[in-house]
Design a protein around this ligand. Structure first.
Ligand SMILES: *[C@@H]1O[C@H](CO)[C@@H](O)[C@H](O)[C@H]1NC(C)=O
Ligand SMILES: *[C@@H]1O[C@H](CO)[C@@H](O)[C@H](O)[C@H]1NC(C)=O
Length: 265
């Protein structure tokens, strides 16, 4: 138990240290719910990267960062860049984030972008990034659509394939087998340590090298005695004949009396 605590405690300290410097913490969640935080935490491996995508038919490049300034624009997680003049339009801010998590995907919302000029009742632009599990190591970012032909709820939709959001395959080891392994390790350490100690420090020879030999042989003798007492019947049989004449009669009666209870009424 002590051994496992010694291993596990530093692990927690290490995890807590890593937790403190998560880059996804730069994202400000509109709702501070735990499910949003958990979904966002999954995206940590995708931080500090520029993802770019363009639609061949229009002259824009889209730049996306997870909780970082896209295209160098402060607080913008997703920007649209005009390929001709390099003009930037803010599509969504990472200080106004929502994140929804499914079994093998995370849907990320960046709200509060630049306002539409003519469409969508001039509401702020908004980006939705669908991040789906893909087992290939390469992340693929692409534009899906821009939905701006309505009065409200317009959005830009993007897609990112990544292995960051793939479900984690649970460990095959159950708690029971882990405890067994720890017990075996302790036993092995005890035996080899004790053996070396007896041999090198105490200078024992033969079976005496076995750690705590006296104690264990005492245990062995005690359990042998116990077994002898419980299991061996010869000792009783030798004494039995002297009583047999007297003992059998009342015993038989008792037996019959007891049987009576079992008869159906
Ligand atoms: C992302 O792009 C910006 C400018 O567009 C650049 O300053 C920054 O170094 C890039 N970051 C990475 C990790 O490539
Ligand atoms: C987010 O950042 C933008 C741009 O810097 C700023 O205008 C806006 O007020 C910020 N919103 C929040 C909720 O912090």
């Amino acid at each position: 138990m002590l051994l496992s605590l010694r291993i596990i405690t530093p692990l927690f300290v290490l995890l807590a240290g890593v937790q403190a410097e998560l880059i996804t913490k730069n994202c400000k969640l509109i709702s501070g719910s735990d499910s949003d935080k958990n979904a966002l935490n999954l995206l940590e491996p995708l931080t500090n990267q520029n993802f770019t995508a363009e639609k061949p038919e229009d002259g824009y490049v889209y730049i996306f960062q997870v909780c970082g300034d896209a295209g160098g624009m402060k607080n913008a997680g997703l920007v649209q860049k005009d390929k001709k003049d390099g003009k930037l339009v803010r599509i969504g801010n990472y200080n106004q984030t929502r994140a929804i998590r499914g079994s093998d995907w995370v849907l990320l919302f960046y709200e509060g972008g630049d306002k539409y000029e003519n469409h969508c009742s001039q509401e702020p632009r908004r980006a939705m990034i669908m991040i789906s599990c893909s087992t290939s190591t390469k992340n693929a970012f692409s534009v899906v659509l821009e939905d701006n032909q309505k009065d409200q709820g317009c959005y830009y939709l993007f897609e990112l394939d990544s292995n960051a959001v793939c479900p984690v395959i649970p460990s095959k080891l159950s708690a029971g087998s882990i405890i067994l392994i720890i017990v075996f390790c302790c036993l092995a350490v005890y035996l080899t340590g004790g053996f070396l100690y007896q041999r090198l420090v105490v200078g024992a020879k033969g079976v005496e090298q076995f750690p705590n030999y006296a104690f264990w042989s005492e245990i062995g003798n005690l359990s042998a005695d116990g077994c002898d007492f419980v299991c061996r019947s010869r000792g009783n049989r030798e004494e039995a004949p002297t009583y047999r004449g007297v003992a059998t009669e009342p015993l038989g009666e008792e037996q019959e009396e007891r049987d009576d209870h079992l008869l159906p009424m």
